[in-house]
Design a protein around this ligand. Sequence first.
Ligand code: FE
Ligand code: FE
Length: 197
Amino acid sequence: MISSKDLQKKVRKVVSERRFEHIIGVKDTAACLAMRYDVDLEKTLVAALLHDYCKDLSDKEMLSEAKRRGIPVSKTEQKNPYLLHGKLAASYGKEKFDITNEDILGAVTWHTTGKPNMSLLEMIIFTADYIEPNRRMIPGLEEIRAMAFLDLEETVYLINLYTIRYLESTVDPASIDDHTYETFEYYKYLHNSKKGA
Ligand code: FE
Ligand code: FE
């Protein structure tokens, strides 16, 4: 597997400067969370650096690359091809950089929508992507940043809560990926059962 140091050099060459700043923000934030939750640092760095590797592809390129790589495309993804960028990055990582660790590939694949029952590394990348320092202030961000260092499951619940609220108020709710709702339902259940305990 490629080292995080080498991967960083590769990533810098293919993404825009703004995107690279975001990726470094995710890397630094994910590193802090990995220390807090005792997760392998190198795996965390590699996942963070890879997560948006394909985000600068055009919609057309996302769809053709998905087809070429045998990645199934859902109806929501067909309409919003950027939703494929995590799956594509995982596929590139495997092919180009010999990244085979399932936890890293899962964290990259699911970083946009999350999924039920995520591993620590998956929750860390999902969370770091949302709270990294370059994110503009959005409702709930301060609360979520503080929660990230206390309880990751509760953090994932809050991120989904605010994301769904935001998307439902700004875009067509039909364009929200089913996985986002599934993730929300799962972590809402955990949230409610903790409250009842
Ligand atoms: Fe992304
Ligand atoms: Fe990102």
